[in-house]
Write a protein that binds this ligand. Structure first.
Ligand code: ATP
Ligand code: MG
Length: 255
């Protein structure tokens, strides 16, 4: 089997006395789309924040391809990569939040070009060509020179996705990318994520959109109480959940 694009093994995380992730192991193959579902407070965002080093894990390991980002030694001490090695690992993933993480004072084009130029020190002309192609692909032609507040929520979210893609990550993480949007704008954003899935972009998507998870994901992971309660083929997990907790959660989405 191919090396996983991303793997976390035996990851635990607590905030004070509140254990939020309990011995989570999750890995993603190249081209795989994983949807994470589950009730509020179950630890989904914390999992993404730990995966993307916005939060430090208390124990376990994290890796992106051949780069071990965090390891835990026999005495339980966690060590993270530092400096250039950490920067290299961070360039392997992108993260899209629920609220569009754009720079408010920069145009759409500048938002997309910023990191490749500033962080990756790439050639400006080439970055601009790629950024314009991403803008077209995201259905944002005509918005190049607008600032985020001049765009709809759906356009802002698609610009955020373009910005993440501009760094050519190996994997994209999404944390409820449509939950701040009304249904029409949700559809626009889900359409571009579907398109990325069709292009075999590797993704982990936290979502409450069950129909989307069923159609687009290769695997659904149900999280509750900081644990992966159940995972598997979307049609199987969503239609015939094996665990009572999964059934109870999904019952709220039917009908
Ligand atoms: N920075 C933090 N400090 C303290 N507690 C936190 C922090 N972040 C999350 N928590 C706690 O961790 C638990 C899991 O929260 P998390 O946001 O990961 O859940 P979630 O599954 O994403 O929920 P939702 O569906 O509402 O987004 C909650 O009890 C929350 O209060
Ligand atoms: Mg969350």
């Amino acid at each position: 089997m191919a090396e996983p694009v991303f793997a976390m093994e035996h990851v635990s995380k607590a905030f004070g006395g509140n254990v939020v992730l309990r011995d989570i192991s999750l890995s993603v193959e190249p081209g795989e789309v994983v949807a994470i579902i589950g009730p509020s407070g179950g630890g989904k965002s914390t999992l993404l924040r730990c995966a993307t080093t916005l939060e430090q894990i208390d124990s376990g390991t994290l890796s992106y391809g051949d780069l071990q980002v965090a390891t835990t030694d026999a005495s339980g001490n966690v060590a993270y990569l530092k400096g250039d090695a950490l920067r290299r690992a961070k360039s392997r993933f992108g993260l899209v939040f629920q609220s569009y993480n754009l720079f408010p004072h920069m145009s759409v084009l500048k938002n997309i070009m910023d990191a490749p130029i500033v962080v990756q020190k790439r050639d400006r002309a080439e970055v601009e060509r790629e950024a314009r192609a991403l803008i077209a692909k995201m259905g944002l032609t005509g918005t190049e020179d607008k600032v985020p507040c001049q765009l709809s929520g759906g356009q802002q979210q698609r610009a955020s996705i373009a910005r993440a893609l501009a760094l050519n990550p190996d994997i994209l993480f999404f944390d409820e990318p449509t939950s701040a949007l009304d249904p029409e704008l949700t559809g626009e954003v889900l359409k571009v994520i579907r398109q990325l899935a069709a292009e075999d972009i590797t993704m982990i998507i936290v979502t409450h959109e069950m129909a989307f998870a069923r159609d687009v994901a290769d695997r659904v992971v149900f999280m509750d109480g900081g644990m992966i309660v159940e995972e598997g083929d979307p049609a199987e997990v969503l239609a015939n959940p094996k665990q009572e907790r999964t059934r109870a959660f999904l019952a709220r989405y039917s009908g």
